[in-house]
Design a protein around this ligand. Sequence first.
Ligand SMILES: Nc1nc2c(ncn2[C@@H]2O[C@H](COP(=O)(O)OP(=O)(O)OP(=O)(O)O)[C@@H](O)[C@H]2O)c(=O)[nH]1
Ligand SMILES: [Zn+2]
Length: 239
Amino acid sequence: MGSIGEKRVREEEGGVGSEKEKRSVTETACSDVTDSVGDGAGVIMKALSRGERERRIADAIQTVLECLEGDSNREGLRKTPSRYAKALMDFTDGYRMSLREVVGDAEFVESHSEIVFLSNVEVHSLCEHHMVPFHGKCHIAYIPNGKVIGLSKLARITELYSKRLQIQERLTREIAEAVEEAIDPLGVAVFMEASHMCMVMRGVKKTSAKTVTMSMMGCFKNEDRRRSEFMDLVRGAPK
Ligand SMILES: Nc1nc2c(ncn2[C@@H]2O[C@H](COP(=O)(O)OP(=O)(O)OP(=O)(O)O)[C@@H](O)[C@H]2O)c(=O)[nH]1
Ligand SMILES: [Zn+2]
């Protein structure tokens, strides 16, 4: 398996993932100050500073407020467009971080050869269909193959992909793929359980419905023993 940098190059070449994922990777490669945006017709690079992007979002939110309330100049709403723009940029900070930056050099040569399991990592993301939150938790496991990764980096990897417009299935898979790219383990497994506000606050209004998604790679995909071991740990994780 290649390095994190090689993964990005492969994705940009179109080897893995959708157009949207490729745009995300391109965006990730850009600096914090100047971002790039793609459109549906391909990747059109548009140099926009963070400030300019916030201003454009704020203008759009001003229109939203006018549609909702008419008088968007009342005291409580006056700063809402710029506040919301900043919040939205924060919710989507994952577009402006790369896997390499997130993992740093927290990969350690280590002969530990049994499962490593991190439970109850909080997940807060925005569903790409409605741009409303979904939230829950995930459990991440891997079997080292000569290297371990800093534990906090598993949670940081979760943040990296959560802070984008997502669907739960892709988020789960991207976390697993990132761990694989970072340390090339014998296997990775990710279990995620989340509640989608688009199903709770609107639409079908099912307040108790939870969605479970899993991504299994390597020995967790191919060996029943490893899969059962992971599922036992998931079942035993503190609720
Ligand atoms: N598979 C998947 N679907 C999701 C996720 N988040 C939201 N959705 C679904 O995306 C679908 C969008 O369906 P549409 O019919 O286009 O949108 P809608 O009219 O708002 O649908 P309703 O939510 O059923 O009212 C809905 O069924 C959502 O429940 C996710 O993470 N994964
Ligand atoms: Zn939704």
